[in-house]
Design a protein around this ligand. Structure first.
Ligand SMILES: [Zn+2]
Length: 165
């Protein structure tokens, strides 16, 4: 809302000037008789609007971070133990030699290869590095898609090339 006389924004007063009621700023109201102070209702309305805009601007970021954590799941691919054994044999490594490479006990290698022990991701990564294979799968929850998830799907898709038939 603006002063009807000079266009100034700010505190306005309903002012009677020569029999006409006008909405005027403090300065212009001196030309007449102030009837009432006008509360800047328009501004009051704008505040929640802006607050909403800000909330909407911030929301997707928070949502994305939450989703990103939730959507990426890591797991061992099926037949990971065979992949490890086959690759180890291919490289001409014995179980104890592979164990040294990954700084684990030979029994760990034995158990992992026989499927008795399902290695945690961190250990599986060691096998991956030592043997240059891919046994950890990263999956994206398909139910909650957003652009960030799509972006990550691409990256994961690239990484999973090896696993494709
Ligand atoms: Zn004015």
């Amino acid at each position: 809302m603006q002063c009807e006389m000079c266009g100034t924004e700010g505190k306005l007063f309903k002012t009677e000037v020569e029999g006409t009621v006008m909405v005027l700023c403090r300065d212009c109201s001196k030309f007449g008789r102030v009837v009432a102070e006008i509360r800047p209702t328009e501004r009051v309305k704008k505040i929640p609007l802006n607050a909403q805009d800000e909330a909407q601007a911030e929301k997707p970021i928070a949502k994305l971070q939450k989703n990103a954590r939730k959507e990426i799941m890591q797991g061992l691919c099926s037949g990971y133990q065979d992949k490890i054994r086959n690759r180890r044999t291919e490289l001409g490594l014995k179980q104890n030699e592979l164990a040294i490479k990954i700084a684990e006990k030979e029994s760990i290698v034995q158990k992992v290869e026989s499927g008795q022990f399902r290695p945690p991701i961190r250990l599986a990564r060691k096998f991956e590095r030592a043997l240059r294979i891919r046994i950890v799968e990263e999956m994206v929850d398909e139910h909650e898609k957003d652009y960030k998830a799509k972006k990550e799907t691409l990256t994961i898709g690239d990484m999973m090339d090896i696993k494709k038939p």
